[in-house]
Every structure is written in C-alpha cells, then in structure tokens.
Design a protein around this ligand. Structure first.
Ligand code: CU
Length: 313
C-alpha cells in the first residue's frame, strides 16, 4: 500500500477544499480556528454570510435554490413492494428532465428510516416526462426520509440534495440508533473504520475491507470510485456530502483493501455512515455509527442490526 501517495492525495483534497473556501472570501467560523469549513458546493446566495457557520447539511429541505422534490408516493405499506414515484420541479413547476451525471448517475436516491436502522441507495429510472420511479420494499414501519441528490444540467447549477418525508404504514416500534462501533460485518465481509468525523473540519475516513481475515485487494469500481459513502446525522437526518479520495485508474488509487474519503461534520453529534462497495459483481453496504466532537451521552444502546444490503442496482 502506498501510504505516502494516499496521504498526498488526501492533502491535495484538503488543499483543494480549503483553497476554494478561501477563494470565495470565507472568514473563520465558530469551529476550526485556522481552517475555513470545507464547503462542497458554494451555496452562497444572499452574500454568503450564513456560509461562515459550518459546512452545508443537505436534505433538510424539500425545496431549495428554486428546485422542489415532489414525492408523489408519500406513503407505502411495510413489507410490500411498492413503486416510489417523484419528480424534481423547477420554479415554474415543470419536471426537470436535464441532469448532469455525478458518480455515473443523473440522480441518486437515498431512503433512510428516521432511526437510521434501514437504508437504501437506489438509482431510479426517469421517464421522458421527468417522472422518476423505483420499486422499494421497506422492512419496518415508521418515519423515513427520501433524499434526491442531483445536479440540474444548467449553467452554474449546483449539486443539490432535497429531502422529503416518507411514511411507512404498519405496526411501529421505535428503535434506537445502532451503537457506536468501528467494525461492520456484512455478507461475510468485515469493514473497519479508521479516522473520524470532526465538526467543522475536514477529516479522513478510511475504510478497510477484508473477508475471512484476508484483505480484499480487488474491489470493483462502483459509481466512479471504489466505494460510495453517505453520512446522515442522527436526530434530523442531515445529509453530508462525502468525497472519495482518488478514483480507479488514476495511477495511485488501489482497489482495496483501503477506501479513503474526506468529510466534514456540520456539527458535533451522532452520525451513521453507509459504505457501498462492489466485489465479485455484488454491491454490499456496511453501516457504522460514529460520534463527531463531544462524547455521546451514555444512553443509546442498540438492539437491532439490519443487514442493510438493499440495492436497486
Ligand atoms: Cu447513487
């Protein structure tokens, strides 16, 4: 493993991120004394004053920058296959049909339960009229959030993550967020999480994949990288943008066992990380609960662990 190269790539990513932040004249926020908060996409309307606080958290709004997530199926029944249907509408109410591809897709759809025990990363199909649809079957009743992560194909358009509530009807039993743990097991793989999320400061998250005690060194490219990582904040399901460090074919990034990402937590708190990786033709999802910043209140204990291997690929 080229540790030196990895660190260099990470430093370059940091430099790029901070370079951008300084470039748009950001001053120091309340966290991170000498480092401007890393901003994924400069959502800087209104003079960018609010941008000083912390990095943007996506997915908290159903409508942003003139675009609205119109979830046409806001209720589904537990344990039954159902079609999720939605459209992204512009200010005039028209369904958007032109998108910029990111990570190989026009739009990424994340479905997560409020308790972060259930997670799906889906790639719906778009009809010519702009209606998106994807079959989904959710194993537990309760409140869910649906996230659409996309970039309209338009000059100066920014990447957006819009979120809408989804209710899954049935007998509802509230669950605790799974306990903090740096190792996840999924379908015979073990994934170890190194590094951490820090509030207001970019940090590296390094995931190491092994199977039966042996490092996996032949991961397959998935969505333009060797892994795809989504982080959601417990409590409000704020959606974090996470950047893979390096990509397949760049001459330095190896196909495992390590996959490296850079992320900034918008605040201290509990976060759930979901890593999708592809090996031997199959996509697997490993999930972790992590703390950013101050230690967790010693209350939450985990009960159920769902194997979140649900993919619409
Ligand atoms: Cu996706």
């Amino acid at each position: 493993m080229h540790a030196g190269l990895k660190i260099t790539a990470f430093a370059a990513a940091l430099a790029a991120t901070f370079g951008t932040a300084y470039g748009v004249g950001q001053s120091i926020g309340p966290v991170g004394e000498d480092k401007a908060p890393a901003r994924h996409d400069a959502h800087s309307e209104g003079g960018g004053e609010a941008a000083h606080e912390s990095p943007p958290a996506g997915g908290l709004q159903i409508s942003e920058s003139g675009y609205t997530l119109d979830l046409q199926t806001p209720r589904v029944a537990v344990g039954k296959a159902a079609d999720l249907r939605f459209a992204i509408r512009d200010e005039g109410g028209r369904a958007v049909t032109a998108y910029r591809r990111e990570h190989d897709k026009e739009l990424h759809l994340i479905v997560a339960s409020r308790d972060l025990n259930t997670y799906r990363h889906l790639h719906p199909t778009r009809a010519a009229d702009g209606t998106w649809s994807i079959p989904v079957e959710l194993p537990r009743a309760g409140g869910y959030r649906v996230f659409a992560d996309f970039t309209p194909e338009k000059k100066n358009a920014e990447n957006l993550t819009l979120g809408a509530d989804l209710a899954v009807s049935g007998a509802y039993e509230p669950q605790a967020v799974p306990a903090v743990k740096a190792t996840a097991e999924i379908s015979g793989y073990e994934v170890k999480l190194g590094g951490g999320l820090r509030p207001g400061t970019a940090g590296e998250l390094k995931l190491t994949v092994s199977r039966a005690g042996k490092p996996v060194t032949d991961l397959q490219p998935y969505l333009g990288a060797y892994g795809h990582l989504v982080a959601l904040r417990s409590g409000d399901l704020a959606y974090l943008h996470v950047h893979p460090n390096g990509e397949p074919g760049d001459g330095t990034t190896e196909p495992g066992p390590e996959i490296s990402f850079t992320a900034t937590a918008p605040s201290s708190g509990t976060y759930r990380l979901f890593l999708d990786f592809k090996h031997e033709g199959k996509v697997h999802t490993a999930a972790f609960t992590v703390r950013a910043g101050t230690p967790a209140p010693a209350a939450t204990e985990s009960h159920s662990e769902e194997s979140a291997d649900g993919h619409g690929h």
